[in-house]
Design a protein around this ligand. Structure first.
Ligand code: ADP
Ligand code: MG
Length: 397
């Protein structure tokens, strides 16, 4: 895939109507409906401010949650418009429909340097179906299209890809940054490239593992998915997480790693628990000594050192997936220690994945990481080397 895409810096936006796809899919409090974190709104500000300061008329749109094509009050973007206007210190006009009459009226009244937001695009059933009629209707709001919602670029929806059939399409700053940093890490990394993969399931990450085994110099596997690999080596893993149907694939990955002579690391010691609970009994054991009824819930100190050593001389580190059940304080040490090691490294460091990102942020290491990808699923598919519809549809440079 070509990552060298035209951005908003490559086009004169003055006086132009800009259809801007944002990622305003912010978490909401289930009880009160209030915005629980406005991180994504804040992240969208540089692109919006650039467009407004350069005299564009901004028609913003986004999805929120999964309303399945119908109006759902709790998934309305109205609170987002309000919050956004507080940050911009100017009105953000809000249309209660999706590319309907009210949207059209507000858009017609926009002056240069003004912004409006329409209602949740997923209230329209045409959005997720990438219905060309709906895409055309949306596209009619702009003279150019700007994509700044990296979190949804792996979806071929009307507002993320369909509209680009009708409008010249550019990347906003958020998408641009993802493309330059992650694109380089995948295609032209500063070596050695160390990939650290963890999290719950091999099946979620098998695409990334297969892709990175062709690119990385070191592949490190931790977290719940390590046990399927250990099992395929013939180890007794007790009651640890196992994907029976992926044992063979794990073996194949390891054979391939040996063939390619890349460094392949698995845990050598682990923290185990006697059940899956935060207050379970805990022990640290070598990987050959897992008792039958216990389960591995974190990596141990020797493993942290082993993984840490591999990171030390890295040129690029890509990390996706926690090293243990970090939600249980007693088993957060592996993830925490690795986050610390990575944040202190001189390498270009990239963290992707919803839970890994949350872990790094919770632990306070976020600003010492070169790049934290804003898209969970999207960044995984990016690392898999798959073509992303919301990127492919943007104009090449
Ligand atoms: P990400 O969202 O960063 O891609 P995943 O969703 O793949 O990560 O995995 C995160 C989950 O993996 C966490 O909820 C964590 O508790 C779980 N996990 C990590 N290690 C283990 C383990 N040893 N056993 C069970 N679950 C684990
Ligand atoms: Mg996750």
């Amino acid at each position: 895939m070509n990552y060298n895409k035209k951005t908003i810096r490559d086009v004169e936006v003055k006086g132009k109507k800009v259809l801007l796809r944002c990622d305003f899919n912010v978490p909401r409090d289930k009880q009160t409906g209030e915005i629980a974190s406005d991180k994504r709104i804040v992240a969208s500000l540089p692109t919006i401010k650039y467009l407004l300061e350069n005299g564009a008329k901004v028609i913003a749109c986004s999805h929120m949650g999964k309303p399945k094509g119908e109006f759902k009050k709790e998934l309305s973007l109205a609170p987002v418009a309000k919050r956004l206007s507080e940050y911009l210190k100017m009105p953000v006009k809000f249309a209660n429909d999706v590319a309907g009459e009210e949207s059209a009226k507000l858009a017609a009244d926009l002056k240069d340097g003004e912004i409006m937001l329409m209602e949740n695009v997923r209230f329209n059933p045409g959005e997720e179906k990438n219905d060309p009629e709906f895409a055309k209707k949306l596209a009619a709001f702009g003279e150019i299209y700007v994509s700044d919602a990296f979190g949804t670029v792996h979806r071929a929806h009307a507002s993320t890809a369909g509209v680009a059939k009708f409008l010249p399409a550019y990347a906003g700053f958020l998408v641009e940054r993802e493309l330059t940093v992650m694109g380089d890490a995948v295609d032209n990394p500063k070596r050695p490239l160390v990939a650290i993969l963890g999290g719950a399931k091999v099946s979620d990450k098998i695409g990334v593992i297969s892709s990175l085994i062709d690119k990385a110099d070191t592949l490190i596997i931790g977290g719940g998915m390590a046990y399927t690999f250990l099992k395929s080596m013939g180890k007794n893993i007790g009651k640890s997480l196992l994907e029976e149907d992926k044992i063979e694939m794990a073996g194949e990955v390891m054979r391939k790693a040996a063939e390619k002579k890349i460094k392949f690391l698995l845990p050598v010691d682990i923290a185990i628990g006697d059940r899956f609970a935060p207050d379970c009994e805990k022990r640290i054991v070598d990987i050959d000594n897992i008792p039958d009824n216990w389960m591995g819930l974190d990596i141990g100190d020797k493993t942290i050192e082993l993984f840490g050593d591999a990171v030390k001389d890295a040129g690029t580190v890509v990390w996706n997936g926690p090293m243990g059940v970090f939600e249980f304080p007693a088993f957060a040490n592996g993830t925490k220690s690795l986050a610390k090691i990575i944040s202190n490294s001189n390498a270009l460091t990239i963290v992707g994945g919803g839970d890994s990102t949350a872990a790094v942020e919770q632990m306070g290491f976020a600003d010492k990481i070169t790049h934290i990808s804003t898209g969970g699923g999207a960044s995984l598919e990016f690392l898999e080397g798959r073509e992303l519809p919301g990127i492919a549809c943007l104009m090449d440079r």
